[in-house]
Design a protein around this ligand. Sequence first.
Ligand SMILES: *[C@@H]1O[C@H](CO)[C@@H](O)[C@H](O)[C@H]1NC(C)=O
Ligand SMILES: *[C@@H]1O[C@H](CO)[C@@H](O)[C@H](O)[C@H]1NC(C)=O
Ligand SMILES: *[C@@H]1O[C@H](CO)[C@@H](O)[C@H](O)[C@H]1NC(C)=O
Length: 237
Amino acid sequence: MLLSCRRLHLPSLVLIWLACSGVAGGTSPLCPASCTCKPSDKGKRRITCLAGGMTDPIPTGQMDPRAEVLEISAPEDRKNWLTVTTIFQASKNFNISKIYSRAYKQLALHFKHLEELHISNSNINQISMHAFWGIPSLKILNLSVNNISSVFDHNFRGLVNLIELNLDDNRIAALPTGVFKHLTELRTLNLQRNALQELVPRTFLKLVKLHVLRISGNKFDELDPEAFKEIPVCMIK
Ligand SMILES: *[C@@H]1O[C@H](CO)[C@@H](O)[C@H](O)[C@H]1NC(C)=O
Ligand SMILES: *[C@@H]1O[C@H](CO)[C@@H](O)[C@H](O)[C@H]1NC(C)=O
Ligand SMILES: *[C@@H]1O[C@H](CO)[C@@H](O)[C@H](O)[C@H]1NC(C)=O
């Protein structure tokens, strides 16, 4: 084997390498046991984990880092128990203070192609600080049907291209002023069936592109128009 390799010219070696990586590109060998990994109907690299019974940590180390769509959910009777931390970033021991250093750009971002992240039926009760920093490619974040009771602006930092955020069917009781202020590209925001009683002034600060806001199924008595002051005329349901 070694001998025959030695006789190969460099261009042939490159061709063999390309052929091999081409094969690997079709069905990725990197796929957690309880998930399926095949292209979506739109041809995106998709990882789908629907079996349920999943506990922390989400097995990102076994996932193809080129994934574009990751969907984690569970059957009603076999829910997951997950937390959302900085798992989608390159280094496991990611140190947030490094973000502010010059070296930040050199950090090999892990899931740098991820466009859609759906985690539902997973009993998530909070999102950790800067959880999604390092995946600026994200366009859709869907954390519906969980147990999230509070959200803060630092939860959404770094999501500079997010166009849709779905927080339906959680237990969010209050939203601080400017909680979505890092989501300047957001078009659709879903907050249906939570436990909101009021919206404080400037709740939607900086959401200058918002088109659709869904807030039905909460416990509002009346809505303060000041809450909506910052956003363009949009469809509010
Ligand atoms: C994070 O980095 C800063 C500065 O480099 C250092 O002082 C701090 O101890 C680090 N924290 C952790 C948890 O490693
Ligand atoms: C979000 O997750 C819910 C629950 O799994 C699903 O019904 C919905 O279609 C998902 N997609 C988006 C874009 O919100
Ligand atoms: C949701 O979280 C609360 C604590 O914040 C906990 O008491 C409750 O049991 C959780 N609900 C479920 C269904 O896990």
